[in-house]
Design a binder for this molecule. Structure first.
Ligand code: NDP
Length: 330
C-alpha cells in the first residue's frame, strides 16, 4: 500500500523531492470501519499553505505524515452500518492507495448522478467556492461587469459561468491564448485576457471593460489585481478568493496602495473561505447539479492518470498545466 508523505516544508516553489513515497501494510477495517480504495484525488493550490508551518485557518501538514486532501474512494470492505461494499464516498482523506475510516466526515456520492470526479470539482469544494464567493460577496446583478482572474481554472471557470447565468458581462484573465479561447468558446465568457502577454493590465482592463468593473473575483492577487483594482466601479465588490501569485513567495512583494481607490469608489473588498458557508452547501450543490443537468454549466477538468503522479499534478498547478479542475485518477 503506497502512501505519500510530506518530506520537507518547501522553500518557495515546491519540488517533487518535498514528497516521499512510502509503503505500509494494507490495513484491515475493525468493527465500525470501512476499507477504502482511492479512486480520484484532488490537488488544490490551498495545499501549498498547509505545507508551511505558518498559522492559518487549517492546521499545517505534519512532516513525515501522509498528505491529506479531497478524495473520492470506493468502499471495498465494510464493517460499518449504512456503508456497503461498492459504495463511493468523498471526503478529506490521506494520500494512500488504501485506508480505513470510521466514516466520519465522509459523504456518500452517486456515480449515476454525475461522474465521480465531479464531486471534487464542480459539485465539490471548488464549485462551492465559486458559488458562495460570487453570490454571497460578489452579489452579481444583471448587466454588471464581472472580471475573474485564474479564469480557466476550477473555481474561475465556474465563477464566470455563474456570472453569465446571473446576466453579467464576464471578462476572464488566464495564462495562455488557448485558455482565453476556451473561456469564450466553452465557458461563454464575453472577453478574455492573456496576462502573460499583457504588459499594462490596467490599460487592457479599461479596453475590455468600457463600463468599468462592478465585481472582481480574484483567485490570483499580485500585479494582475493591481491592474483590475484601478477600474473598480462605484459600490464595486472585490472577492478575495485566492492569491496563487503569492503562494510560493518567500517575502510579500509591495504593490500599489489600493485604499484611496476603495474609498473613492465606496468599494467592498472581502476575503472568505468556503467553509464559512457550510450550512448553505446542500442548497448550493442542488443548484449546481441542476444547472449542470440543464446544460447551463460546463464541467471541465484535467485528469492525470496514476497515484504516483499526484505530487507532479500538484506542482503543475503552479505552471497552469490544468484547464478546469485538476484531478488525479488512480
Ligand atoms: P486552479 O484550477 O485555478 O489552478 C491554479 C491556476 O492558477 C493555474 O491553472 C494557473 O492558471 C494559475 N496560476 C498559477 N500560478 C499563477 C501566477 N503566479 N499568477 C497567475 N495565475 C497563476 O485552482 P483552483 O480553482 O482550485 O483555485 C483557484 C484559487 O482559489 C486559488 O488561489 C485557491 O487557493 C483559491 N481557493 C480559495 C478557496 C477559499 O475558500 N477561499 C477555496 C478553493 C480555492 P494560468 O494558466 O491562468 O496561469
Amino acid at each position: 500500500n503506497t502512501v505519500i508523505t510530506l518530506a520537507n516544508r518547501p522553500e518557495g516553489r515546491p519540488k517533487t523531492s518535498d514528497f516521499n513515497f512510502e509503503t505500509e501494510k494494507k490495513p484491515s477495517p475493525q468493527e465500525g470501519e470501512v476499507l477504502l480504495e482511492t479512486k480520484y484525488v484532488s490537488v488544490d493550490p490551498y495545499m501549498r499553505g498547509r505545507m508551511s508551518d505558518a498559522e492559518s485557518y487549517v492546521a499545517p501538514f505534519e512532516l513525515g505524515k501522509p498528505i491529506e486532501g479531497g478524495i473520492v474512494a470506493k468502499v471495498v470492505e465494510s464493517k460499518k452500518e449504512n456503508l456497503t461494499e461498492g459504495d463511493y464516498v468523498s471526503g478529506r482523506l490521506d494520500w494512500k492507495e488504501y485506508q480505513v475510516s470510521d466514516g466520519e466526515g465522509l459523504m456518500k456520492v452517486d456515480p449515476e448522478a454525475a461522474p465521480l470526479s465531479a464531486y471534487l470539482g464542480i459539485l465539490g469544494m471548488t464549485g462551492l467556492t465559486a458559488y458562495m464567493g460570487l453570490l454571497e460577496i460578489g452579489k452579481p446583478k444583471e448587466g454588471e461587469t464581472l472580471v475573474v482572474s485564474g479564469a480557466a481554472g476550477a473555481v474561475g471557470s465556474v465563477v464566470g459561468q455563474i456570472g453569465k447565468i446571473k446576466g453579467c458581462r464576464v471578462v476572464g484573465i488566464a495564462g495562455s491564448d488557448e485558455k482565453v479561447e476556451l473561456l469564450k468558446s466553452k465557458f461563454g465568457f464575453d472577453g478574455g485576457i492573456n496576462y502573460k502577454t499583457t504588459e499594462d493590465m490596467g490599460a487592457v482592463i479599461a479596453e475590455a471593460c468600457p463600463n468599468g468593473v462592478d465585481i472582481y473575483f480574484d483567485n490570483v492577487a499580485g500585479e494582475i489585481s493591481d491592474g483590475v483594482h484601478q477600474h473598480i466601479n462605484q459600490f464595486g465588490r472585490i472577492v478575495n478568493c485566492g492569491a496563487i501569485a503569492h503562494y510560493n513567495a518567500t517575502s510579500m512583494p509591495m504593490g500599489p496602495r489600493v485604499e484611496p481607490m476603495l474609498i473613492k469608489k465606496s468599494a467592498l473588498m472581502q476575503g472568505f473561505i468556503v467553509g464559512n458557508y457550510e450550512e448553505k452547501f446542500p442548497e448550493a450543490v442542488k443548484q449546481l447539479a441542476q444547472w449542470l443537468g440543464e446544460g447551463k454549466l460546463e464541467h471541465s477538468e484535467t485528469i492525470v492518470e496514476g497515484f504516483d503522479n499526484i505530487p507532479q499534478a500538484f506542482l503543475d498547478l503552479f505552471d497552469g498545466k490544468n484547464k478546469g479542475k485538476m484531478v488525479v485518477q488512480v
